[in-house]
Write a protein that binds this ligand. Structure first.
Ligand SMILES: *[C@@H]1O[C@H](CO)[C@@H](O)[C@H](O)[C@H]1NC(C)=O
Ligand SMILES: *[C@@H]1O[C@H](CO)[C@@H](O)[C@H](O)[C@H]1NC(C)=O
Ligand SMILES: *[C@@H]1O[C@H](CO)[C@@H](O)[C@H](O)[C@H]1NC(C)=O
Length: 322
């Protein structure tokens, strides 16, 4: 299992970096989806794709059941195109915006069947959100489109892909082990960007503190400090840090799970991913509990769930540090 988080502190100022970089960044992570839309009509797949793009949207490309459920809130009746096709290689369905193999599917029984040998595009054709492969040139469906979040706005995203806007200042618990015998915690320091005003504070990540057992690594800008907090000393190096030209990568393993952090210095952007299953539902902090359900992600340290992103964010402030 792989989960990706993107704390985008991509500012309009840092967008002065070459544009391809941004594209690369966005396609390497799950895009941040702001909203879904329907464009009604009798269109073939290409027309539907163009209709979404004309509004600066894309054909919807559901990557999780949660996203599919969100899309289906807009379903009324009939057929709706989504941005999935196997036009490039028969049988290998990919997302139309980045050609990556699909990570989720909701095929109807006996689909995809490539009937008549020319069914390369995907439509949703039933209330249950079921998928059917169909000839891309059949003129019969409306379009489901997705609108991506503005790239100039900072965003937080949990392991379960809930996105929210939170502009805290100071140290916060990004994610930590909330199992019975906790072994690690990761805190991050946010500070206002240069272009913040008192009425409109925008923050960026400036430092990261990873503690695993009695070992720690602190990344403060370019400076990396690693060490032990005392107590029992083992030879095992639990945290590994790789310093590269443009980014710093940090990995640590606990139980069956390896966590990877990639901190892109110039963009002040931090990607976190993990592989492993032990911590499903056992994490807590600004990145939620990683149980696959985005709805319960705003859980505070006292166990209660709030709907308010700011209340949630502030509850994870590290209280004994400025
Ligand atoms: C289709 O996808 C599978 C699994 O991802 C891959 O092994 C295979 O090479 C792909 N086939 C083509 C024709 O791209
Ligand atoms: C299906 O697709 C093929 C080419 O892929 C096209 O020649 C044919 O006309 C299409 N059939 C229909 C009914 O649209
Ligand atoms: C890093 O985090 C650990 C655990 O929360 C804490 O004890 C330590 O003081 C922190 N170090 C710094 C420099 O913030």
């Amino acid at each position: 299992m792989l989960r990706l988080l993107l704390i985008l502190a991509v500012t309009c100022l840092t967008l002065a970096v070459p544009h391809e970089k941004l594209v690369e960044k966005r396609s390497s992570a799950i895009p941040i989806i702001e909203e879904y839309h329907v464009i009604d009509g009798q269109m073939d797949w290409y027309e539907a794709k163009a209709a979404c793009e004309e509004k600066n949207w894309q054909l919807a490309q559901p990557r999780t059941q949660f996203q599919m459920d969100e899309i289906m809130k807009l379903y009324v009746a009939g057929f709706y195109w989504i941005g999935v096709s196997d036009e490039n290689h028969e049988g290998n369905f990919t997302y139309c915006s980045d050609n990556h193999p699909i990570t989720y599917s909701n095929w109807d029984t006996n689909e995809p069947n490539n009937e008549h040998g020319a069914e390369n595009c995907v439509e949703v054709w039933k209330l249950a959100g079921k998928w059917n492969d169909v000839n891309c040139t059949v003129v019969r469906a409306s379009a489901f489109c997705e609108q991506h979040g503005p790239v100039c706005e900072p965003h937080m995203r949990t392991f379960d892909e809930r996105t929210y806007n939170f502009q805290g200042i100071g140290w916060y618990h990004l994610f930590k082990d909330c199992s019975e015998n906790p072994t690690f915690e990761v805190t991050t320091k946010f500070e206002p960007r240069e272009d913040s005003t008192p009425d409109n504070i925008k923050t960026r990540t400036i430092a990261i503190n990873v503690t695993v057992g009695n070992q720690y690594a602190i990344i403060d800008g370019r400076d990396v400090t690693t060490g032990r907090t005392g107590g029992q000393v083992t030879d095992a190096k639990v945290i590994t840090v790789q310093e590269e030209e443009k980014d710093i990568k940090l990995h640590f393993t606990s139980k069956d799970t390896t966590f990877s952090l990639k901190w892109t210095l110039r963009k002040h952007a931090l990607d976190v991913s993990y592989s492993g299953s032990f911590y499903s539902g056992k994490l807590c902090g600004l990145m939620g509990n990683a149980d696959d359900d985005p709805r319960n992600d705003f859980q505070k340290p006292d166990g209660t769930i709030t709907k308010n992103a700011i209340e949630f964010g502030e509850s994870w402030k590290v209280t004994d540090k400025k």
